[in-house]
Design a protein around this ligand. Structure first.
Ligand code: FES
Length: 151
């Protein structure tokens, strides 16, 4: 078999380009997946920075974090369950400026016209960092203890 230097180099260049394109193709899938994950999960920050018995507003994420006295955490949608106005945080709960519904720190209705508890978002903690799935509100009729997240 005759060694053809030009043919060898040509095949080598084609193989390198193919490998590079393959890497870029699979890498773009990986990055797309990570970005989709990022869009769902709002990074709140270190869970150690949160103080007990405090309500934190996250306007850019459209949610409130309610940190309970025992360290448990609930994440609430800012939308009132009556007609969807944006609720406002109070010292120990929330009030709706539209028709005066109020909710406690667990998101339970304290005064109508709202008839069901505030919608919640899932929470996860990774390496001490707290994330909220702020795009997938979960409707609930009432507060139940398993809805609380503990780190
Ligand atoms: S929209 Fe909140 S009380 Fe009506």
């Amino acid at each position: 078999m005759k060694f053809n230097r030009r043919g060898f180099i040509k095949k080598g260049v084609i193989a390198l380009i193919g490998a590079q394109l393959g890497y870029l193709f699979f890498d773009s899938f990986k990055k797309k997946g990570e970005n989709e994950e990022d869009q769902h999960w709002y990074e709140v920050g270190p869970i150690s920075n949160l103080e007990a018995n405090t309500i934190y507003p996250f306007q850019s994420g459209q949610f409130y974090l309610s940190v309970l006295e025992d360290g448990g955490i609930l994440a609430f949608s800012v939308k009132c369950t009556h007609l969807g106005c944006v609720i406002q945080a109070q010292k120990d709960g929330f009030i709706c400026p539209c028709h005066a519904s109020s909710f406690n720190k667990y998101g339970e209705v304290m005064s109508p016209p709202a008839t069901r508890a505030l919608d919640t978002f899932d929470i996860k903690v990774r390496n001490g960092i707290l994330f909220v799935d702020h795009q997938n509100a979960k409707k609930r009729s009432q507060f139940e203890k398993p809805q609380i997240t503990y780190a």
